[in-house]
Design a protein around this ligand. Sequence first.
Ligand code: DX5
Ligand code: ZN
Length: 224
Amino acid sequence: MRNYRIAPSILSADFARLGEEVKAVIAAGADIIHFDVMDNHYVPNLTIGPLVCEAIRPHTQAPIDVHLMIKPVDSLVPMFAKAGANIITFHPEASEHIDRTLQLIRDQGCKAGLVFNPATPLSYLDHVMDKIDMVLIMSVNPGFGGQAFIPEALRKISQVRARIDAYQAETGQEIWLEVDGGIKTENIAAAAKAGADTFVAGSAIYGSGDYRTTIEAMRAQLAT
Ligand code: DX5
Ligand code: ZN
């Protein structure tokens, strides 16, 4: 069985108690903190920046997975690295120089990844696989938590899984495959079957009364 990781998105957390909310999901069994950055330009919503990343950093040892939904990208990369990010992903169509941005993220000591919206072609992976530590497939259009999972994303996840496996067999490079948007206990197994190994869940975890029960239910689905 694959090594599965659950990454609660703090977008659905109580922002007045963010430090506690971060600690609570990790204590409840989550692996990674997913941190959604929106700029009201690349996506029609506005969220949080490096200051908030820095503020939550002392509250957990878990990796912070910064999902940049911003355009342009590069100027904020060093700021997030300095604020304690461990993984930084961006949308390729939001960067003028994708290879340069990936390199910049790694140069700052973070893992680097590309994010694909439902209609973004996978051809953006073509010449940069060597600089990628994670591929993130969006199963909603980015901008808001609580949207419905787009089933067509499963086909895309399978395609990326095949590419990653072939590349890993050839080079030995480890690349994580994350899915983000509308993930719930009811569909997490389908996403895993398609090939995802890292699961972002915002409303399904933070919107539930009991984080531990929800995360355990998700893990039970992954074990089937
Ligand atoms: C959407 C964000 C997601 C979002 C997921 O643009 O990238 O990370 O918070 O929230 P849910 O799990 O509620 O779809
Ligand atoms: Zn996200």
